[in-house]
Design a protein around this ligand. Structure first.
Ligand code: SF4
Length: 328
């Protein structure tokens, strides 16, 4: 790791100014991902701007929404009084993430911006278009067990690793930012990018733009919420497949189903077609299975990760099946 300069400003505008004026500057919050990336040589920055002194850790409920400051720690959000009660999906996803030690240090903004765990990206001896644009993608001909079956292409098939992002996608969250051109709001649906031919660009942030908060609409009382994460070991492990569901029913009829998926796609994945396959219909095993088939209709698995196509359908059945009342 090369030497770098370090500063810790007190104001968000100053932090933005410092990063924006230098192409190889970056922000650091909890540091649980960035420092590993720099030690591994996957990222290289001349200036690191520490945002831990910025007043961005508040969590406030107002007007039917929860606003979570970007510097709020994952553990504090998971256990905040409003979250397990009104947003259990969010709490479940956070508590399924990383380890207690990491959750105590890592921030909400940092979690959303963590880089892929593709080992070819983090191991610098391999071709990787995300780390070094135009160098190729070692995963295409290599080991792809943890890679995407949806949203990939010829340039990158890495999955986004965040459980939080999957839950927030199902919850229709928005991201608030501050950049050199001022503040703006981006829906999570528009925040992450499929790799296309620019896989080195993960999201909609511009250089020097800082996440300041995440805002989540609180679902009406009686809405079912559940996060299921399937992984190779019980803790400190990324999802092989995950499902986040927000479900509203009237009797047995589905009024609204918001379904997001992790581990299977290059970004936290929503399938409007799978949701439509359930809307207005009785919640039965058969209809859930039909929605699952629609979800994976365009999947492009490789030999190593073909199992995900069936696994994600079974996971969906597991998540929604508990609300069918035994209807087949
Ligand atoms: Fe790099 Fe993406 Fe290929 Fe992994 S899948 S090696 S991150 S280009």
């Amino acid at each position: 790791m090369r030497d770098f300069s370090y500063v810790r400003p007190d104001a968000a505008a100053e932090a933005v100014r410092l990063v924006a004026r230098s192409a190889d500057a970056t922000f650091v919050a909890g540091g649980t991902d960035l420092l590993n990336l720099m030690k591994d040589g996957a990222e290289d920055h001349a200036l690191v701007v520490d945002i831990s002194r910025l007043p961005l850790a508040g969590i406030e409920e107002s007007g039917g929404r929860l606003r979570i400051g970007a510097m709020a720690r994952m553990a504090d959000v998971a256990l905040h009084p409003v979250v397990p009660k009104r947003l259990p999906l969010l709490s479940q996803a956070l508590l399924a993430s990383a380890s207690p030690q990491v959750r105590t240090m890592a921030t909400i903004g940092g979690n959303l911006l963590q880089r892929t765990r593709c080992w070819y990206f983090r191991g610098t001896g391999f071709a990787c278009n995300k780390r070094e644009p135009g160098s190729g993608c070692a995963a295409l001909e290599g080991r792809s067990r943890w890679h995407a079956v949806l949203g990939g292409g010829d340039h990158c098939i890495a999955v986004h690793p965040s459980d939080l992002a999957v839950a927030l996608r199902a919850l229709d969250a928005t991201v608030h930012t501050l950049g050199p051109d001022g503040a703006r709001t981006v829906s999570l649906a528009d925040f992450y990018r499929e790799p296309g031919d620019t896989p080195h660009i993960d999201n909609a942030l511009r250089h020097g733009e800082l996440i300041t908060a995440v805002e989540v609409p609180l679902p009406p009382a009686g809405t079912h919420q559940r996060y299921l994460k399937l992984r190779d070991r019980a803790t400190f492990e990324f999802a092989v497949v995950s499902v986040a569901a927000v479900l509203r029913t009237r009797g047995r009829i589905v009024e609204e189903a918001r379904l997001a998926f992790g581990g299977i796609a290059t970004q936290p994945w929503r399938s409007a077609e799978a949701e439509a396959a359930l809307r207005g219909k009785p919640l039965t095993e058969r209809n859930i299975a039909a929605a699952g088939r629609v979800l994976v209709r365009d999947a492009q698995p490789r030999e190593d990760n073909e199992f995900k196509v069936e696994l994600v359908q079974r996971a969906l059945q597991d998540v929604l099946g508990r609300y069918t009342g035994g209807s087949r």
